[in-house]
Design a protein around this ligand. Sequence first.
Ligand code: GDD
Ligand code: MG
Length: 345
Amino acid sequence: MQAVILVGGFGTRLRPLTRDIPKQLLPVVDRPIIEHVVAHLAGHGVTRVVLSLGFRPGVFADAYPDGTCAGLPLHYAVESEPLDTAGAVRFAALEAGIGTGIGSGSGSEDCDTFLVLNGDVLTDLDIGAMVASHRAAGAEATLALTEVDDPSRYGVVPTDAEGRVVGFVEKPDAESAPSRWINAGTYVLEPSILDRIPDGRPVSIEREVFPAMATERRLHAVRSDAYWIDTGTPEAYIRAQVDLVDGTRGDLPAVHPSAQVDPGADVERSVVMAGVTVGPGARLCDAVIMAGATIGADATVDHSIVGSGAQVGSGASIAGLTVIGATERVGAGIQLAGVRIPGDS
Ligand code: GDD
Ligand code: MG
């Protein structure tokens, strides 16, 4: 099966980390987000990945010069302007020959069922079970759903007892959300869905295509309680990493072997990447310190991210989902809470 992975967004909620690179190339503990996503797909029988690109496509080609990622061949579909989520699916699917039998190796249209994934989601969703449910229901499109406490930043998806989607509301007000089950950003689609996407303009799958299909009762959904996180905000980007080192989802080493953490520093629920230096008396809590950054003596980083090669001076305090961009400097003793440095990015 082929998978189209949407990776063409601007990643604005993660700026300044995403000023120069797409968010799916930001590291989560030991690898870029996209490698976690593709490795999961490879484990579920996907044989070919189409990256749906827009913003800074060259960075992907540079990252995977041999044209493979996590062992799977990559195909690139580069939009000349952002086509939004459905426009991107249509463009990428046509570029990859989905719906024509080309590229699937099947030589037949009926085997062209394909997957679409939001490229910023990390999940242990059982894709095989989802495809089986899609086929059993004879569905044209099947969405995975996950349950969250606050559905307001997601696509909210009420269903009936048979798993038919009866509505699709993208980012509703918290009070008006009709369900806590939300679009988990993994879709199983038949090629006929491409005919539902108008050509020549940006089209949102969440605001246009899925709501129309829900009205027609043509959309199927499967609920999942598997691990799931959308890494696209600073809070979630930190959480996704801590979950992989604190036993919630994995037990990866929290501190890269090449990092130098002074024995007098305190590192709690944090990820320290390659080549980082952490000075004596420094305190890291729910922090992500990216490759080559330096944390001075007695500095504190709490619920915050320090970008690659950035320097935090001694005694500085960084808290409240502050994001320090790559190679920025925070002076000794400076206190920052809830800010982005630089702030104009
Ligand atoms: N190629 C391309 N072109 N990709 C795009 C475009 C575009 O114009 N716009 C966004 N993307 C990509 C992003 O890079 C990301 O991987 C994915 O599409 C989803 O965009 P986000 O910006 O991350 O959307 P979101 O998190 O606000 O909401 C989406 O994901 C939620 C689950 O995480 C929606 O699908 C919600 O309904 C869903 O609940
Ligand atoms: Mg997202």
